[in-house]
Design a protein around this ligand. Structure first.
Ligand code: DC
Length: 232
């Protein structure tokens, strides 16, 4: 029953192309796409704008006290054919991609109370299935019963080269060595934090896209999807 909607959980290392892949799958299946990294980024933006982060010091008590005032949702923008992140009714899609947010998001996403609230919201978004969600803990914590779990990886030097090329195209002045160092550091932080560290769920399928194209990756997914939905 291919029309029965399922949950697709995509986790993996940074710069493996999780978001692009998840968005592509959602478009193909007419599923909802949820970028959970954007949710942690929106919480980080709220904390910065509320002055709960000063000179790199976090006021964790204030953050926890104000969590109920943070309302995050995604609204699909027909013009650009992409969903955008809204924080308390404001479109913050551009603001949350800034370097200042990237610099603080790991600390904010390590606060257990923040994670509990985001996970609850993510689980609500998936209540009716028909969803593709990408992040670090989707197959392990958010949807441990997801019908398809994919764990994305690629050689660090290949991820670094893709990211380096992207940054150069955006006019950023960086060296390949800097980018590769940052990728390796982020891998370490993601896999070693106390709360919900990045790890492959036992039943997740590994997708190593070091040497495959985006088209080959999609063909690979179609096989996985057909197998999973034939079982339904
Ligand atoms: O995917 P991203 O780089 O936009 O994610 C931003 C940060 O949020 C990153 O530091 C990891 C964290 N994150 C997380 O802890 N759990 C998730 N489910 C998604 C992202």
């Amino acid at each position: 029953m291919k029309d029965k909607k399922i949950i697709i959980a995509i986790d993996g290392y940074s710069s493996t192309g999780k978001s692009s892949f998840a968005r592509q799958i959602a478009q193909k299946l007419s599923y909802i796409y949820v970028d959970t990294g954007a949710m942690y980024r929106a919480v980080t933006l709220y904390c910065i704008e509320s002055n709960f982060i000063n000179n790199c010091e976090l006021n964790v008590d204030k953050i926890i006290e104000n969590l109920s005032k943070i309302n995050i949702k995604f609204i699909f923008n027909n013009k650009i054919q992409k969903s955008e992140t809204f924080l308390n009714e404001e479109n913050v899609e551009k603001k949350i991609r800034k370097v200042e947010i990237s610099n603080h998001v790991s600390e904010i996403s390590a606060i257990p109370e923040v994670r509990t609230q985001m996970v609850e919201l993510q689980q609500k978004m998936g209540e009716n299935k028909g969803i593709v969600m990408d992040g670090r803990d989707i197959g392990t914590v958010v949807f441990p019963n997801a019908e398809i779990k994919i764990f994305m990886t690629a050689k660090p030097e290949i991820r670094a080269m893709r990211r380096y090329t992207e940054l150069l195209q955006n006019g950023d002045n960086v060296t390949f060595e800097e980018v590769e160092k940052n990728i390796r550091e982020r891998d370490y932080i993601d896999t070693h934090r106390d709360t919900s560290p990045l790890k492959k769920a036992d039943d997740a399928i590994i997708l190593d896209n070091s040497y495959i194209s985006i088209d080959e990756q999609m063909q690979w997914f179609e096989k996985i999807f057909n197998l999973a939905t034939d079982k339904q």
